[in-house]
Design a protein. Structure first.
Length: 395
């Protein structure tokens, strides 16, 4: 790494008091393009109906029951959809065309298992097994495989970033301290086991929810504050002229089986942390770099339409995603809305999916990096020729 590059990298990494942990041989190579892409995985299955709220659906209030918002609590987007209170910081981004919510999205395999669904979402396949690499790493490979064009922010290397192309990892040193670092490591081991992954995810999420509901929990406050910290660090890495161009982040705690809450509740606080984090990411970019940046925020599946007996929601099917960035052709909700009447639900309980997650990802990658259809259909998302990329997503 040249002295200039080293100073640039350390400045990006350490601004705001962050410490770095990276391999001594790490060097960020100048890439052929200057367009940026960030993939954010919300592990645990976010309730998309609680984030991008179909309050204009005539069946909404009856279908959601105790989890139904009043229109006055929300930020209207159009005649059908509104943003949750926690996502209100992003309302201006929607009006300025930098935010595009997506509804009715799902992976191509119908499952209610976190392990299977996350595996499919991260490998880009249509089944839980069959690949040891992730679609993000294969994207890097198609783009030329430049060393350190990709970076995973926040901890260990997620499956989406695993593969033949070397990828950097970074985490603030404080997040690796004591019991929290041990839990992070333990989570990685459990997530490799199809039998233990789901119970561990549920137990960890319940613990996080309990701490969020306890005003005296320092760890709870640190956990939500880390959203902004990690997003800001990602922005500094990608904004650097010689920095990475593709980044991944992941946040757990979205498995809201109990006490999901309404405005200011457990899930809404997490949504606000997400919104604040996305804006912190944007704040680190120059105007020119931001105009060439797109962020995809998604989760492994949606949740049940109706509340359960614990005023939470169970594992479902159709869910929501967010496209955010200066390159996004936003100011609209992308949805082929199926409706929430009983006869319109999937298996009588879930939002019926109308979009394949790969359609969204293909559309973004094709527009952002000028990838050809053959590359997307065979290399990035193998055996997906029948899945057509969505057009018109980016400027």
């Amino acid at each position: 790494m040249s002295s200039f590059n080293r100073r640039s990298f350390l400045s990006a990494a350490c601004a705001g008091g962050l410490a770095t942990t990276f391999a001594p041989s790490l060097s960020f190579a100048q890439t052929a393009g200057d367009r940026r892409f960030v993939f954010v995985l919300l592990r645990g299955a976010m309730d998309g109906l609680h984030a991008v709220v179909p309050v204009g659906d005539p069946s909404y209030r009856a279908a959601r029951g105790k989890l139904a918002y009043g229109a006055g609590d929300l930020n209207p987007l159009d005649d059908l959809f509104s943003l949750a209170p926690g996502l209100s910081p992003l309302a201006e981004s929607y009006r300025s065309g930098e935010l595009m919510p997506v509804q009715g999205l799902a992976i191509p395999y119908r499952t209610r298992s976190h392990f299977d669904a996350q595996s499919i979402l991260e490998t880009g396949l249509d089944r839980p097994v069959g690949a040891a690499s992730g679609w993000l790493n294969r994207t890097l490979e198609v783009l030329g495989g430049s060393t350190s064009t990709g970076i995973a922010v926040g901890g260990s290397l997620p499956l989406s970033m695993q593969g033949r192309v070397p990828v950097a990892t970074w985490a603030p040193s404080a997040s690796r301290a004591g019991s929290e670092g041990f839990i992070d490591d333990l989570a990685q081991l459990y997530n490799l086991d199809p039998v233990l992954a789901d119970p561990f995810t549920a137990a960890l999420t319940l613990e996080e929810q309990a701490m969020v509901m306890s005003d005296g929990s320092n760890r709870s406050r640190r956990g939500l504050a880390q959203f902004e910290q990690l997003f800001a660090a990602t922005g500094r890495f990608l904004n650097a002229p010689d920095g990475a161009r593709i980044a991944s982040l992941e946040f757990s705690g979205w498995d809201t089986h109990a006490g999901q809450g309404m405005a200011g509740g457990t899930l809404d606080r997490r949504l606000q942390a997400l919104a604040d984090g996305l804006l912190a990411l944007k704040a680190e970019f120059s105007a020119q770099a931001w105009s060439k940046t797109v962020v995809v925020v998604t989760t492994e599946f949606g949740r049940t339409v109706a509340a359960n007996g614990n005023v939470g929601t169970d594992h479902g099917t159709g869910g929501a995603a967010l496209l955010f960035g200066g390159a996004v052709r936003g100011g609209r909700v992308l949805a082929d809305w199926p409706g929430l009447a009983d006869r319109q639900l999937y298996e009588g309980r879930d939002l019926r999916p109308t979009l394949d997650t790969r359609q969204l990802l293909k559309g973004v990658l094709a527009a952002q990096f000028d990838l050809r259809r053959a590359e997307l259909d065979s290399l990035v998302f193998p055996d997906s020729r029948a899945v057509l990329a969505l057009g018109g997503l980016l400027t």
